[in-house]
Every structure is written in structure tokens, then in C-alpha cells.
Design a binder for this molecule. Structure first.
Ligand SMILES: C[S@@+](CC[C@H](N)C(=O)[O-])C[C@H]1O[C@@H](n2cnc3c(N)ncnc32)[C@H](O)[C@@H]1O
Length: 151
């Protein structure tokens, strides 16, 4: 990927500029929750950035675990600092190589990441990797701006 998110100052600015009122985060989580087909789900967020959605999913959705993967260490450092949660595991990982066995997750969530032109893998491979990381009954959710699309 283009290494724009590898700049610590930008990662810090992203975290501060990305804040959302709690009511907005909660509205997203309620919507995301409607796609879950099992209780105590295992969730992966790919391109988790500074962790706002991963921590919110852990908080609101009664998860077993959220695996929050991102290719940028500075973004992960911000996530660990600002959005720690006992049910969230922040890990280094590229979108087209989810760091977990296939068929692990009940939900794969990608917010504002799949469109990244800078990703060397383009758009198709992250989507396929996210799909194969899910159980047969799992859901893939993509968020871009105010849109959420499920598959
Ligand atoms: C616009 S931020 C979105 C962060 C978070 N998902 C959100 O909505 O707040 C994009 C994130 O995707 C990550 N990213 C971009 N390309 C990636 C790739 N190929 N694999 C993993 N992460 C990637 C960046 O490091 C960055 O943290």
C-alpha cells in the first residue's frame, strides 16, 4: 500500500479527526449487529486503522473477539493507545492475507479500506480474503462514507 498511514503524525491526526459522537458510533454498531447470525461472534476488521469500530463492536455486540488487522504500525499504535478493549486483538496484517485460518469469523468488516488505490492487491483480493476468512454462514460488510453494504 502507499505508506501514507505509516507516518506517525498522520496516524495521530487521523485518530483525532476520526472521532464520532457516541450516538453515531452506536447507530453504526446497531446496524452492523443486524448482519450477525450468531451470538458471541468472532469478528475480523480488516484495515482497522486506529480501532474506533473494532472497539465499538466489542463494546456493543457482545463479541467473543474482534481481530483488528491493519498494515500500518503507527495506526495500530494509536489503536492500542486510544481504543483498547479486552476483546479486541490488534495485529499487523495486510488486507489480502488475513492473519487467521479460513472459515474463522462470523463477520468481516471493512471500513474505508477496500477502495485504497494504493493497495498493491487492488480491490478483488481483499474482498476474496475477507470472504474466505468467514464461516459459511458469515457476513462481509463494507462501509464507505455513509454507506454500508453486506454480502
Ligand atoms: C481510511 S483508514 C480507515 C480506518 C478504519 N477502518 C476506519 O474506518 O476508521 C484506512 C486504513 O486501511 C489501512 N490499509 C490500507 N491498505 C491496507 C492493506 N492493503 N492491508 C491492510 N490495511 C490497509 C490503512 O493503514 C488505514 O489504517
Amino acid at each position: 500500500m502507499g505508506r501514507v498511514y505509516d507516518d506517525e503524525r498522520r496516524a495521530g491526526a487521523y485518530e483525532r479527526g476520526n472521532e464520532m459522537p457516541e450516538s453515531s458510533v452506536r447507530a453504526w454498531e446497531e446496524l452492523i449487529g443486524t448482519y450477525l447470525r450468531s451470538s458471541n461472534p468472532w469478528i475480523v476488521e480488516i484495515g482497522a486503522g486506529t480501532g474506533m469500530f473494532s472497539a465499538a463492536m466489542a463494546h456493543w455486540l457482545d463479541v467473543t473477539e474482534v481481530l483488528a488487522a491493519d498494515a500500518s504500525e503507527p495506526m495500530l499504535a494509536e489503536a492500542r493507545r486510544h481504543h483498547p478493549h479486552p476483546a479486541v486483538r490488534y495485529v499487523s496484517g495486510a488486507a489480502d492475507a488475513v492473519p487467521a485460518a479460513a472459515g474463522t469469523f462470523d463477520l468481516a468488516f471493512l471500513s474505508r479500506v477496500i477502495h485504497h488505490r494504493s493497495s498493491p492487491s487492488g480491490h478483488g483480493r481483499p474482498r476474496r480474503a475477507a470472504c474466505s476468512s468467514c464461516t459459511g454462514n458469515g457476513a462481509l460488510l463494507r462501509r464507505r462514507r455513509a454507506l454500508l453494504s453486506g454480502a
